[in-house]
Design a protein around this ligand. Structure first.
Ligand SMILES: Cc1cc2nc3c(=O)[nH]c(=O)nc-3n(C[C@H](O)[C@H](O)[C@H](O)COP(=O)(O)OP(=O)(O)OC[C@H]3O[C@@H](n4cnc5c(N)ncnc54)[C@H](O)[C@@H]3O)c2cc1C
Length: 383
């Protein structure tokens, strides 16, 4: 694995960093309060190419790999986890599912519009009664004369309020099992697709999270996305990649907490010297920096295995687990270094810490990652 970003990717990182500094940093607190990422910001993200980072160039995207996605996500999350989560759901989940599983006609229909931001995407796997155990989903897709009829409830759906297209997994055979579930592309204006009220969340508030219900929602045959009964298997492939994205989201949040702490420790004086002159604080900063750097390496290593065509699920899980727990730890230390100033909203650290908690829960919780890592490790040793 090379530790240098290509010239292309470094330029993309710099472009994203500039956008994050100029547009996100001054406004993220407001977006957290109003629970919304303004449409003009989304449009600008489309204009500068962020909404299509991993979409192939032939479909109007930037043609970067998963490594590119992690680099961009880190830069956005440095200032606002919700903005990064918006991109993770739109591109990392919805567009990636279409890119990996859809047929040529569907890709040509949706990927250019997703890359430009003309349409925003959502991805519907979780349900009110099953998140971790998503394989137990009860949303049904039944055959009709002309296609499919969807009935069921999806929950915790990021971007649902603004999405124009939803990739939805539903049971196509009335029995449990990974291969009794298919995926469908559902346009927002289909009668029977009902978007509920946004959740009032602890963090990631710039991104909306809604329930999406299906009540006799009819879609044509050609909206099946991927092979019949392989929707869940494809969803797991999407999640393997998503774990690298969520890992990089935490790297960005952890980096934000670290950078704010370094700045404050240089400005704030106690006992006549800057905070960082106290060894207890300097050592905290050293530990925080070590944690952020190592998480970034794990994330980029895992992403690179996908880009090299030999995806390593174990490394994706390790990266997500380590990075998400790292950012919480670094975040609390940053608040500690800020003293009372860290306990109020004028400093962005408390928001970044709230944002990060989701990274220990979504796209496979820390408990699930530990299960997957242990399972893979035992299999590896037996082989
Ligand atoms: C802000 C936000 C955005 C989201 N966006 C999306 C989205 O866009 N699309 C989507 O489909 N979903 C989305 N989700 C859903 C998310 O992926 C789920 O919340 C997550 O998978 C956990 O599922 P759950 O909430 O049902 O928790 P549960 O599955 O009920 O788990 C509760 C707790 O029990 C633990 N647990 C469960 N089973 C086991 C086990 N076998 N062993 C040990 N521990 C276990 C879990 O780790 C967790 O700590 C989002 C969630 C949030 C909060």
């Amino acid at each position: 694995m090379s530790y240098e970003l290509s010239e292309d990717l470094a330029a993309f990182r710099d472009l994203t960093r500039k956008f994050a500094l100029e547009v996100i940093a001054p406004n993220a607190r407001k977006w957290d309060e109003v629970k919304w990422l303004p449409e003009e910001v989304v449009a600008e993200m489309g204009r500068i190419g962020l909404l299509g980072v991993t979409i192939p160039e032939e479909y109007g995207g930037a043609g970067q790999g998963l490594l590119g996605m992690t680099v961009v996500t880190e830069e956005l999350a440095r200032w606002c986890g919700g903005t990064a989560l918006f991109l993770a759901a739109h591109l990392g989940l919805c567009a990636t599912h279409i890119r990996l599983a859809a047929n040529e006609k569907q890709k040509a229909q949706w990927l250019p519009r997703l890359a430009s931001g003309e349409v925003i995407g959502s991805w519907c796997l979780s349900e009110p009664d099953c998140g971790t155990d998503a394989e137990a989903m009860t949303t049904r897709a039944e055959r009709t004369k002309t296609g499919w009829k969807l009935n069921g409830r999806k929950f915790w759906i990021t971007n649902g309020k603004r999405a124009g297209v939803f990739v939805v997994t539903a049971r196509t055979e009335p029995k449990r099992g990974a291969r009794t579930i298919s995926a469908f592309i559902v346009e927002r204006d289909r009668p029977g697709l009902i978007v509920g009220e946004p959740e009032d969340k602890m963090g990631m508030r710039a991104s909306d999270t809604v329930p999406v219900n299906f009540e006799n929602c009819e879609i044509p045959e050609e909206n099946l996305c991927g092979n019949y009964n392989e929707g869940y298997v494809d969803a797991l492939r999407v999640l393997d990649r998503g774990r690298c994205t969520i890992g990089s989201l935490s790297v960005g949040l952890g980096r934000g907490c670290l950078e704010e702490a370094v700045k404050y420790a240089a400005e704030r004086k106690s006992f006549g010297v800057p905070l960082h002159a106290h060894q207890a604080i300097a050592f905290k900063l050293a530990d925080m920096e070590t944690l952020v750097e190592s998480a970034r390496l794990l994330v980029r290593q895992a992403a690179s295995t996908h880009d090299a065509g030999r995806p390593d699920k174990r490394l994706s899980s390790i990266a997500k687990l380590y990075a998400s727990e790292m950012a919480s730890r670094v975040g609390w230390e940053s608040i500690q270094i800020h003293g009372g100033a860290g306990y109020v909203k004028d400093v962005c650290v408390e928001r970044l810490v709230r944002d990060n908690k989701l990274c220990e829960i979504g796209e496979g919780s820390s408990e699930v990652q530990r299960m997957l890592i242990a399972r893979a490790e035992f299999q590896r040793r037996r082989a």
